[in-house]
Design a protein around this ligand. Structure first.
Ligand code: WT7
Length: 654
């Protein structure tokens, strides 16, 4: 965390007081149907987290049972030691011997409107074909495969095919630039890249293959690129390196026995932003990850056989891994998948999808909810949303106003809302209501789930009293926790296990109220949360200083009605370069090109100097206040040159 931060600066906000008990009709038939029942689960989890998770693990199929539930030598955890299993078997094969065989596994809708349904049997076949295609390209157990695809069923197919043969997938969000893709491919040394000719977004084709071609110019580890035909866009095919997906699978056998893998075998690497410029490759392994994603899917979403479950996240984010692919498929759910933009071609697209596919569980992000709310109630009201029975949110704190709108306008007042707190690193939901058991308070993720030891503590690791701000930590290992930062064990230790002695530090500030409920106060490191997506201030800054006109840059988050946080940057220019509106636009584009459109700054301010401490560190805390248009509070005695600050504030007024 930034050294300029201290506990006193974790401000404690005034919060919504109202509490909403689970709707009676829902609670009556819920898996966990009262506060007392949750209490019993919590007690079991507290008494022995290992026994608790062991019972959850028995719901999966293992080809060899584990010998010990947990090996914990901080900060190394091994769950279900020496057990063997395969994630694709748990998500597919095991459903084929019963009535789920012909059940829809994925119901997909493309942005242009076409639909496709894959039953478990069909999905299994596609996965086997593609797994054999990968083998044909020389992919073996332990190899890394980068997946850069739109939201189409083949994204899940590619992931599960890797899992089937023990290859490690690394999905890169299709909105990331060629440069970001290149850095991620090189960091992991991926052998194969799986992509498409394009994907649909807001009525236009996103040219993914072009980005792969650009990236692959400087990716020596890549020996093959697989290209799926999605949009029929003209693409360049590099003979010898590039292969059409349909040609490879046409030749492949549909028989692909799954590798029995060690419980700790790597399942995937997923890159996320941290407080330095270099994204971290978060490594998740097989057994523990699958146990906890399956348990949370079943219990947090109260999943039923007949549900149509829609998590709107892209597979490029962890939510898409845990709650579009692994958790729900391990539970044998029917998963709805939608390719495109939420309001395309009209603001009612989501509600139209809910109505036509009779979606019963909807899991989405507060930023999307705010955008829908702003677009007007009429778009939702024009559709029959009576199929919905449960709503969920993830990614950032939800403001009470958006929460109530979600509950009333989308949920018709009858659906419980689960506000789920977790991270790329945690792999699965850790803090959340159980919808039939936990009274919700708008803006609070409520309580740690059974078997999870989350707490709010001070720097020394002591729990803080109710109402006081502190650091959100997890005191004991949990099955789906990250195992390391790919290629950087040091960073794993120092980032997560060294800041608060003996505990996992989340990077979030939080407080608990008198009922023990958790209220997330936001990141306290140099990480931004823009529309539920994580960006590092350093990443944006290093992109900016890569521009020939920029001498120095500081990026901060500014409160934003729709995005939660927006990117605001302060830039000093090199001698001889003058500020201009054109340069502003150029710099915004420059950042979008370097990282991806999600990182495009909402605001750029030119300045002749940035406020720094005497040791030369940029005081982002002050810049945050300036960006938010607030009066500067707190200690400025370490500021090198007070006049810088005065000038920055004047700039804003002028
Ligand atoms: C950060 C993790 C987990 C999938 C999406 C984001 C914030 C996440 C909540 C919530 C308040 C939340 C935290 C966290 N966050 N969920 N329900 N309430 N804040 O994954 O990119 O790894 O970001 O998102 O700050 O640390 P991620």
């Amino acid at each position: 965390m930034a050294p300029e931060e201290n506990e006193a600066s974790i401000s404690v906000l005034l919060k919504e007081k109202r509490s909403y008990p689970p709707p009676k009709a829902f609670a009556k038939s819920a898996r966990v149907s009262s506060a007392a029942a949750r209490g019993r689960l919590q007690a079991r989890g507290r008494k022995s987290p290992e026994k608790f998770w062991e019972q959850a693990a028995r719901e999966l199929v293992w080809s060899k049972p584990w010998r010990r539930t947990l090996d914990w030598k901080a900060p190394r955890a091994r769950w279900f030691v020496a057990g063997r299993l395969n994630a694709s078997v748990n998500c597919l094969d095991r459903h084929l011997s019963g009535p789920r065989r012909n059940k829809a596994a994925i119901v997909w809708e493309g942005e242009p409107g076409e639909t496709r349904t894959l039953t478990y049997l069909q999905l299994h076949r596609e996965v086997c074909l593609f797994a054999n295609a990968l083998k044909g390209l020389g992919v073996v157990k332990g190899d890394r495969v980068a997946v850069y695809l739109p939201m189409i069923p083949e994204a899940a197919v590619a992931m599960l095919a890797c899992a089937r043969i023990g290859a490690v997938h690394s999905v890169v969000f299709g909105g990331f630039s060629a440069e970001s893709l290149r850095d991620r491919i090189n960091d992991q040394g991926a052998k194969v890249v799986v992509t498409a000719d394009g994907g649909w977004r807001k009525g236009a084709v996103v040219r993914l293959k072009d980005a792969v071609d650009e990236a692959a110019k400087s990716c020596p580890s890549v020996t093959a690129v697989v290209v799926l035909k999605r949009t029929n866009t003209e693409v360049t095919i590099h003979e010898g390196r590039d292969h059409w997906w349909h040609r490879l699978t046409a030749k492949a056998s549909a028989d692909c026995p799954a590798e029995p893998l060690d419980s700790e075998h790597p399942l995937f690497i997923l890159y996320t932003s941290g407080s330095t410029g270099k994204p971290k490759g978060i490594l998740h392994t097989t057994g523990g990850y699958l146990v906890q994603t399956a348990w949370t899917t079943k219990n947090v979403f109260d999943l039923r056989e007949e549900d149509v479950y829609w998590c709107t996240a892209d597979v490029g984010w962890v939510t898409g891994h845990s709650y579009v692919v692994y958790g729900p498929l391990a539970c044998g759910a029917t998963v709805l998948m939608y390719e495109g933009a939420p309001m395309h071609p009209r603001p009612d697209r989501f509600w139209d999808i809910v109505e036509r596919h009779r979606v019963s569980i909807l899991y989405t992000a507060p930023t999307a909810i705010r955008a829908f709310m702003k677009a007007g109630d009429e778009h939702a009201r024009a559709h029959d949303l009576s199929s919905l029975r449960l709503l969920g949110t993830v990614g950032e704190p939800i403001n009470p106003e958006a929460w109530r709108w979600y509950r009333e306008v989308i949920g018709g007042g009858r659906c419980p809302i689960v506000d789920t707190w977790w991270q790329t690193e945690t792999g699965a939901i850790l803090i959340s209501p159980l919808p039939g058991a936990t009274a919700a308070k708008p803006g609070s993720a409520t309580l740690p789930l059974p078997g999870v030891d989350a707490e709010v503590v001070d720097r020394a690791g002591r729990p803080v009293p109710p109402g006081a701000g502190g650091y959100l930590v997890v005191r004991r290992p949990w099955p789906a926790m990250l195992r390391t930062v790919w290629g950087d064990e040091e960073r794993y230790k120092s980032q997560y296990w060294s800041q608060i002695p003996g505990m996992y530090f989340t990077g979030d500030g939080a407080r608990r109220d008198k009922d023990g409920y958790f209220w997330i106060l936001g990141r306290i490191d140099d990480v931004l949360n823009v529309a539920g997506h994580r960006l590092s201030t350093m990443e944006i800054e290093s992109a900016l200083v890569g521009h020939p006109a920029v001498a120095e840059a500081a990026a901060v988050g500014r409160p934003d009605e729709l995005l939660g946080q927006a990117v605001a940057v302060f830039v000093t220019l090199k001698g001889g370069r003058a500020p201009s509106p054109e340069l502003k636009e150029e710099l915004r584009e420059h950042v979008a090109r370097a990282i991806g459109p999600i990182a495009r700054p909402s605001e750029i301010r030119f300045s002749d100097a940035l406020p720094k401490t005497r040791s030369g560190k940029i005081m982002r805390r002050l810049l945050r206040e300036v960006a938010a248009g607030r009066a500067i509070q707190g200690d400025v005695t370490t500021l090198e040159d007070l006049s810088v600050l005065a000038r920055l504030q004047q700039d804003e007024e002028s």
